[in-house]
Design a protein around this ligand. Structure first.
Ligand code: ADP
Ligand code: MG
Length: 643
């Protein structure tokens, strides 16, 4: 047995090179990790301009050039050594880290899995020196003050890890994302990214601007106008109308940045940027605090968008808990949690009280619709007289409002009309044969309560269908129900390889991120199988040309975006069954009737019959129930009617 042999080997100290390679496993996951570490170093060296050059998605070359302090010739060799750093010297320093790096292991780790050279010049040196890590060769080169670190052929000596790399487009997208994270936090520094000799991104520093203004400008440059329009500065009431940078300050903590309005929430967490003392972090505690703040205005599976900067006394946070420093530990997690919740809630509340007179350009809805950007505002204020829907407070009382998702804007022409229900209805007759024991029901409204889900009585609040069956009252969440039906039908069609695809009359083009474009390229066939035809128009734009006929109520661009976000999470182009189901449920959500859609009794009955004919229709895809029964007995109990 080969295994018993290995057990008998004597204990040995590992060679240095191997130690670094093992450490590299934690620090260097892919080219983007190298980009992050090198940009960290450039920022620590006080650079004001950082240029990142990549070849083949960073797999062949990553070069990061800065105009920072440079490394003295005599220290070049040290820079590449494990646990060699200029940033801390004592345990006490470790407790007040104000640099991005401090562990002194990044360059050593990178040099153990790639071909590295450093060229650097300080302002006291006449010329720059270049050190080649592997050969140890040191030679003069021409360059101005600052450093250039070149990393070639990542994982060349660890083929197993090289195999884990994705396509060039995907790796490039991750590299760009790594720089973007830095760029958001450092508006005082200019960033430029080149790929295969072409300029990919440029974020200019805006010298002369106040930091707060530069920050707004940078957020606009990096995240775009859509984000600016649909987000607000974090403020507390005191700073709202002052000239100070808007922020929420409490004790040793200051929270600033921009948070998205509820309506801007997305299916994925791809627009969530959180920084602690300028360091990009992923922190469960902060994530939880954010969700708590949004709990009232966002359905659970929607992800808010935000750029959050938390400044805190460095002594109150431990940054040395993770090799890549992406996690932090707070000395007093409770107060951080509380502060974040408070800051966000205050900001969201102020937005609710905003009127157009405050200068915020927001449409004021003239009819009630939970889909309008001012949804949150409507919830707080009495409804206009001309609406038939009751105030949402009525629902708040029961807590049921959490059962329906935050709505997207309604699109004219997307109504679930009688014709559509009928079409859905007649289509269903084909598939119901595969459901044992289910007969194709009669589309005409039943006159008795003998249907399992009963006979429709009315629609409540634009959201619920009320029906009466033998047991009593049936309440149906019509969006959830429709979603489930669409989902099952998508699945059936897909499994039967009979997905009905509908070309769009006018292909919809839209601005796309590098990651979205990479995902389109990687998953092209899969998308096609899902009935979505996406074409790459340029390195910044995509067009959607077709989608499943079942989803004709969906907004094509939104559908494409959330599908891409979903697929970007999956490494392989083949989806496992469960993943595929998640993707289908995302699609179904987009294709389903929105709340606040007036249905006729006939349409309601049709929906009830479809539900009965659809497998598992008592739970929507997000695990929410699609209907509830309230028995006459329960009603009696409610009214203390002793029967
Ligand atoms: P750390 O950043 O944790 O100190 P690194 O391995 O990333 O460890 O870098 C080692 C040292 O090399 C740094 O402490 C710094 O002194 C020096 N160094 C690395 N990159 C640069 C740079 N771009 N400009 C100036 N000094 C650098
Ligand atoms: Mg470093």
């Amino acid at each position: 047995m080969p295994h018993s042999h290995t057990a008998l080997r004597p204990i040995q100290e590992l060679p240095d090179e191997l130690i670094s390679q093992i450490a590299a496993g934690e620090v260097v996951e892919r080219p983007a990790s190298v980009v992050r570490e090198l940009v960290d170093n450039a920022l620590d060296a006080q650079a004001s301009q950082i240029t990142v050059r990549l070849n083949a998605g960073g797999i062949r070359l990553i070069a990061v050039e800065d105009d920072g302090s440079g490394i003295p010739q005599t220290e070049l060799v040290l820079a590449l050594r494990r646990h060699a750093t200029s940033k801390i010297h004592s345990l006490e320093d470790l407790e007040h880290v104000d640099t991005m790096g401090f562990r002194g292991e990044a360059l050593a780790a990178i040099a153990s899995v790639a071909d590295v050279s450093i060229a650097s010049r300080t302002d006291t040196q006449k010329n720059a020196m270049q050190l080649h890590a592997h050969s140890g060769e040191l030679a003069p080169v021409a360059r101005t003050v600052g450093s250039t670190v070149e990393v070639r052929e990542i994982f060349f000596n660890t083929p197993a890890r090289r195999k884990f790399l994705k396509s060039e487009a995907t790796e490039l997208a991750h590299c760009v994302e790594a720089v973007r994270r830095h760029a958001l936090a450092r508006p005082d520094v200019g960033f430029t990214i080149w790929h295969n000799g072409k300029l990919v991104q440029q974020w200019r520093a805006a010298p002369g601007l106040l930091f707060a203004d530069a920050q707004q400008q940078r957020i606009l440059d990096v995240l775009g106008n859509d984000f600016m329009q649909s987000s607000r500065n974090i403020t507390d009431t005191e700073t709202k109308n002052s000239d100070e940078q808007p922020a929420y300050t409490i004790g040793p903590m200051r929270i600033s940045g921009r948070i998205g309005l509820p309506d801007a929430a997305r299916t994925r967490s791809d627009l969530q940027f959180c920084y602690v003392n300028g360091r990009y972090v992923r922190d469960k505690l902060i994530g939880h605090a954010v969700r708590t703040a949004y709990a009232d205005v966002l359905h659970g599976h929607k992800q808010p968008v935000y750029v959050l900067f938390i400044e805190i006394d460095p002594a109150l946070v431990d940054v040395n808990v993770h090799p890549t420093k992406i996690e932090v530990r707070f000395r007093d997690p409770g107060s951080v949690h509380q502060a974040v919740v408070k800051a966000l809630q205050m900001t969201l509340a102020q937005h609710r009280h905003d009127t157009p007179a405050t200068g915020l350009s927001e449409p004021v809805p003239n009819v009630f619709s939970p889909s309008t950007p001012a949804f949150a505002q409507v919830r707080q204020t009495p409804l206009p007289q001309n609406t038939s829907a009751p105030p949402l407070n009525a629902r708040n009382a029961s807590g049921l409002h959490r059962l329906y998702p935050q709505q997207k804007p309604l699109h004219l022409g997307n109504a679930l009309g009688i014709a559509e229900v009928r079409a859905l209805w007649s289509n269903s007759s084909a598939s119901t044969e595969s459901v044992p024991g289910v007969n194709v029901p009669d589309a005409s409204p039943p006159s008795t309560g003998e249907w399992p889900l009963g006979k429709a009585l009315a629609q409540l609040s634009g959201i619920y269908i009320l029906a009466e069956n033998a047991q009593g009252l049936v309440i149906v969440d019509m969006h959830a129900a429709h979603e489930r039906i669409t989902y099952e039908r998508l699945k059936t069609q897909l499994e039967a390889r009979a997905l009905e695809v509908q070309p769009l009359l006018i292909p919809a083009s839209f601005a796309a991120t590098p990651l979205e474009i990479a995902t389109t390229e990687n998953h092209h066939e899969l998308l096609q199988r899902l009935g979505i035809e996406l074409t790459v128009l340029s390195d910044k734009a995509l067009a959607i040309r077709s989608m499943p006929a079942l989803l004709n109520a969906a907004e094509p661009v939104e559908l494409a975006r959330s599908l891409l976000a979903e697929l970007a999470q999956h490494n392989t182009t083949e989806l496992l069954e469960q993943q595929r189901n998640e993707v289908l449920s995302t699609m179904a959500c987009h294709g389903s009737v929105r709340a606040n859609r007036q249905l006729s009794l006939e349409e309601m009955n049709a929906l009830l019959r479809l539900m009965e004919a659809t497998e598992r229709s008592d739970q929507c895809n997000h695990g929410r129930p699609t209907w509830r029964q309230i028995t006459v007995r329960e009603l009696d109990h409610l009214f203390m009617r002793g029967r």
